[in-house]
Design a protein around this ligand. Structure first.
Ligand code: HAM
Length: 419
């Protein structure tokens, strides 16, 4: 028996209303903010992610689905969108477009992570990027898109975690302080933190090991080491957030798992329903990324939200979603000739934009009525010898239990008036 590969899952029909509602909300919201859709390919050159996401990140070190294709190219299934979107920005000369260039994408991403509730090896993201502006008002806009998305979905119990990770001018100075502090605590920290100090020191702040917690609390804080420009950027953003009454939690430990961030970083955490995998969204500013990938120096800011996690949270909170539109009528038939007419009538109705089901096989009328009941249709159209001879169809109103004859020539209009 084949099963879906570990960490992957089928999106089943019963979950379709959640996906449809979420996707519709995303497209409407992005349109309202003036974001345009850019869908990068599912796979890119491996080196794009190595350079973009960063060699010393978990994603690049151990989570990428990389392969060599038949032409000898080194390729990787996208573990995230930002690197691919920036490659597209550079490739299509979007620096000549009016700024900021505002782009969004929705689709699957792939990471070889240990699967658990809310963490999969194939998952979906909505990814939103604003490219070409340094203004903290753009950081605010990006955060607001995330905010409005959750508000439109009726999400409760969310907290916005916010931090600044500085820039190439101030971060190295901060890291020096951090490493010097950690050197004094070398004997108290976990093995993984010792490794992080070598490879990617900022990540020590992210450690979940119990014994490392007091060390993190006592560690020097980035906020106190920001350069003038980064401090001003952060203060201005906080001012805007306060002005709009958006509440947030300043979190000095928030460093994010991708290397491209500068200045603002943020995550949205769900307080209930998701357990350990509680980040429904993460993002921030990446002012050096486009240059790193070979483009002109260009700032940018964006976020991505995990769709499976949002749906898990919606289910946990009992969020109601609109039902999907289903056909409201079934065409039933008695006899071979009537069946043939039923086939053409069903096709004519669908062409006219009326959703219709056809009863398959040659079952008894009773059994076709049962099928209509199960499909929860409003009308059953019955064709038999009598009806064919008269050029009519019997229409049964399923709820009222009443029947009437309607001319086949008029049935489309008759239905359109009622559906
Ligand atoms: P990220 O924090 O790695 O950021 O992922 C964003 C969101 O994707 C997470 O908050 C989570 O909801 C979801 N997610 C990540 N990994 C998984 C997984 N294995 N299973 C289920 N959901 C997952 C990025 O990807 C950045 N590219 C975001 C960004 C865009 N920054 C700037 N622009």
């Amino acid at each position: 028996m084949y099963k879906a590969v570990r960490g992957t899952q089928d999106i089943l029909p019963q979950d379709a209303p959640y996906w449809r509602h979420l996707e519709t909300t995303i497209h409407e919201l992005c349109a309202r903010y003036g974001y345009h859709r850019l869908e990068p390919p599912l796979f890119e050159e491996t080196s794009l992610f190595v350079r973009g996401v960063g060699e010393a990140t978990d994603i690049v070190e151990k989570e990428m689905y990389s392969f060599t294709d038949r032409g000898g190219r080194e390729l990787t299934l996208r573990p995230e969108f930002t690197a691919g979107v920036m490659r597209g920005y550079i490739e299509h000369n979007m620096h000549t477009w009016p700024r900021p260039v505002k782009l969004y994408s929705v689709g699957p991403a792939f990471r070889y992570e240990a699967p658990q509730a809310g963490r999969y090896r194939q998952f979906h993201q909505v990814n939103v990027e604003a490219i070409g502006e340094q203004d903290p008002a753009v950081d605010l806009e990006i955060m607001s898109v995330a905010w409005d998305l959750y508000e439109a979905l009726g999400s409760k119990g969310l907290s916005f975690q916010l931090n600044s990770t500085g820039c190439p001018a101030c971060r190295p100075v901060y890291i020096k302080h951090l490493v010097a502090y950690y050197e004094q605590h070398r004997d108290e920290i976990c093995k993984e933190c010792k490794r992080r100090l070598q490879r990617n020191p900022l990540r020590v702040l992210d450690c979940k090991v119990e014994t490392c917690q007091p060390i993190i609390e006592g560690a020097p804080r980035m906020r106190e080491h920001l350069c003038g420009e980064c401090a001003k950027h952060f203060e201005t953003l906080l001012g805007y957030l306060d002005l709009l009454g958006r509440s947030y939690t300043l979190n000095h430990r928030l460093v994010r798992g991708l290397d491209y961030y500068t200045k603002t970083v943020f995550e949205v955490w769900a307080e209930e329903g998701l357990g350990a995998q509680n980040a429904v969204c993460g993002g921030g500013r990446y002012d050096g990324l486009i240059e790193e990938l070979g483009g002109p120096p260009t700032p940018g800011v964006g976020f991505a939200a995990g769709l499976e996690r949002i749906i898990l949270a919606m289910k946990a909170q009992g969020t109601a979603v609109p039902e999907l539109v289903a056909p409201q009528l079934l065409v039933a038939h008695r006899g071979t000739e009537a069946k043939t007419r039923a086939v053409t009538l069903t096709s004519e109705l669908r062409t006219a934009g009326i959703g219709a089901l056809l009863a398959f096989g040659q079952r008894s009328l009773r059994s076709q009525m049962k099928q209509a009941n199960r499909a929860n249709v409003r009308f059953t159209l019955i064709l038999g010898e009598d009806e064919l001879a008269a050029g009519e169809v019997t229409v049964r109103d399923m709820a009222a239990g009443e029947q009437q004859r309607v001319s086949l020539a008029e049935i489309e209009d008759w239905l359109k008036r009622r559906l």
